[in-house]
Design a protein. Structure first.
Length: 620
């Protein structure tokens, strides 16, 4: 029996098990409650009182996407394109939001900024994350430098990790395996493995959580290849979080994590032609931190601090190695006046260090303040300001004004209109200023301005529709020109429309859809589709069995003068899950790119064809 028959047989067996297992309440079925959002204000506010279109990827959404990566899940959201997420597991990722690049997207983990100072765009690598260790993800788009500082120009992605279980001891084991193949090489070998285990619990005032994860992928070449060359990706990670509640008012958490990745990659020969090579990319990330909260009447004093080290190495005919570290401290006071005024005043300090020809560094120290007004007649206002104090660039003032007005028709229904005017500041990276390739120490910081206007309509728990228009202005955009970095002399304008729909037209059927239109007024947007659509249909066949069918359309994209256009493509995916043994075990199966679409995500690099995966999650 060949491997293809083996895989299809396992898939059939797994789906058959769903039909015979006893019916229990699905652990991902939760009561529909008012959605609470945090990232746009740092306070827990009802969605109807937020002046932003916040994307909330909940625990339920994550549980119903078992086996996927963080970048794959985020890539299905409106206004976002993660280039490379459909390729070899070791492929570099380009995050594009509202026409912005990696440097304009800020990533937070549990509210703390994360970034690699040696990266060209000071970005954070989503490949370092494991979806099984994440509780929820919130995304706000538009300039958000007032609350989060430099880099928060086109989006903030706030990732919240899982917390300790309330029981004395709890264990969760997850495992999945599947194929890893291109459209032209449908061999159905088992080449992708993901495993994780997490132990957690609460012992009186002490909480603990420790998790280990591993991913191994083979079977897919990084570059498009006519031979049997395969590029392996191997990652393992360790996360530890310890907490202690000294009193009802004061609590403290310390945490640490380590991630090691090793990737076989393809590179360029001496003629700068992309070919199959024996190149390697190795990366290590170490991070430790502390978070504490002291609560008092109507408020709290909060401290978040973290130290991170990054070590990256490229082994090729053009070898390079990078080491960097950064310190982040954010201390802030939150206070609520009569459940109408929500105020936050804080100080955020960051020091970035990297090793190139010499050790280089810069630091940023920002005082900031923000307030939210929630009236009893529908008016809501979110406004604030921050003074960016950069060791090389001096001071820059950024601010935001975000009013909205909500008309409630009954307890669960409302119509909301909102708008915002926000500014942001993006410092050039240490690599762009002092790195080994094209560095320019005279670069000026980039300044962004975003205008947004939209409306949201919610009808009970059956329908929510959000639509908005945005216009983002870039000054001093950092570009690669003539072998080096420089500031653009022209002001660039990115504009677009985003529409999101969440509906339950009939019992047990959920519909989630979004559409995004994005363009630059003055030029073509590299690797950014002008049109992008996502649609997902989910159905609960019983209290234990769930299935979803998703569709994604990505319009053609401009690359460069040598590859003027990448063709549009469509992907269709199927997912099925079933819980049994009183919710202690969940089985899941996925079939991605059902139609085996042939397409290019990154010019010259391979993309995934039809692939199958099976897995389970056991909770004890």
């Amino acid at each position: 029996m060949n491997k293809k028959t083996n895989v299809l047989g396992v898939l059939y067996f797994g789906i058959s098990m769903f039909g015979f297992a006893q019916q229990q309440v699905d652990s991902t079925k939760v009561e529909q409650l008012d959605e609470v959002v945090v990232t746009d204000s740092r306070f827990e506010l009802k969605r109807e009182n937020s002046g932003k279109s916040v994307i909330k990827i909940s625990r339920v959404d994550i549980e119903r996407n078992q086996g996927r990566t963080v970048s794959e899940l985020i890539n299905a959201q409106s206004g976002i394109e993660i280039n490379g997420s459909r390729s070899n597991a070791g492929q570099n990722l380009g995050v594009y939001v509202r026409g912005g690049r990696n440097r304009q997207v800020l990533v937070l983990i549990d509210g703390v900024q994360v970034s690699d100072p040696s990266q060209i765009n000071i970005e954070y690598d989503f490949r370092l994350l494991n979806l099984n260790q994440i509780e929820s993800i919130e995304i706000i788009k538009g300039a958000a430098s007032t609350l989060y500082g430099s880099g928060a120009a086109s989006a903030v992605i706030n990732i919240t990790t899982k917390k300790a279980n309330a029981k004395k001891i709890s264990a969760v084991f997850s495992s999945s395996f599947g194929t890893n193949q291109t459209e032209s090489d449908q061999n159905y070998n088992i080449d992708d493995f993901n495993n994780s285990v997490a132990l957690s619990g609460t012992l009186n005032k002490f909480t603990y959580r420790a998790a280990f994860s591993n991913q191994f992928s083979d079977g897919l070449s990084a570059a498009i290849s006519d031979n049997n060359e395969k590029d392996v990706f191997n990652k393992y990670g360790l996360d530890v979080n310890l907490g202690y509640r000294f009193s009802n008012a004061f609590s403290l958490n310390v945490y640490g994590n380590f991630t090691d990745t090793k990737s076989d990659i393809d590179g360029y020969d001496s003629n700068f032609a992309l070919v199959d090579t024996d190149d390697e990319f190795n990366s290590e990330q170490s991070r430790v931190g502390v978070s504490s909260k002291f609560k008092y009447r109507n408020g709290s004093i909060n401290l978040n601090a973290a130290y991170s080290e990054y070590d990256r190495e490229f082994i090729s005919i053009y070898p390079s190695a990078y080491k960097s570290k950064n310190y982040v401290i954010d201390v802030f006071n939150k206070y609520v006046f009569d459940k109408m005024f929500y105020t936050i005043v804080g100080l955020n300090a960051i020091e970035n260090k990297a090793v190139f020809a010499n050790d280089v560094r810069f630091n940023i120290v920002d005082p900031y303040a923000n307030f939210v007004y929630v009236s009893d007649f529908g008016l809501n206002v979110n406004a604030g300001a921050r003074l960016n104090n950069h060791s090389d660039y001096g001071s820059h003032f950024v601010y935001n004004l975000n009013p909205s007005f909500t008309i409630k028709s009954d307890t669960d229904s409302y119509t909301k209109v909102f708008g915002s005017f926000s500014t942001s500041f993006i410092t050039p990276s240490l690599s762009q200023l002092f790195g080994n390739f094209g560095a320019n120490p005279t670069l000026e910081p980039e300044e962004n301005r975003t205008i947004e206007a939209g409306a949201e309509f919610k009808l009970n728990t059956n329908l929510r529709v959000t639509g908005l228009f945005f216009n983002r202005e870039e000054k001093n955009t950092v570009l690669w020109l003539n072998g080096g970095y420089s500031n653009a002399t022209d002001v660039l304008h990115a504009r677009g429309v985003e529409v999101e729909v969440k509906a339950t037209p009939i019992e047990n059927l959920s519909v989630t859809a979004n559409y995004t239109f994005t363009e630059y007024k003055e030029s073509l947007a590299r690797r950014i589709p002008k049109h992008k659509t996502n649609l997902q249909l989910g159905y609960d066949f019983s209290k234990t069995t769930f299935a979803s069918l998703s569709y994604q359309y990505t319009h053609d994209r401009f690359e460069n003068s040598f590859v003027p256009l990448l063709d549009s493509f469509s992907l269709v995916n199927l997912y099925v899950s079933h819980t049994a043994m009183k919710n202690k075990i969940k089985f899941f199966a996925g079939l991605d790119n059902i139609l085996n679409e042939d397409y290019e995500d990154v010019p010259g690099y391979a993309t995934k064809g039809r692939n199958v995966r099976l897995g389970f999650q056991l909770t004890l």
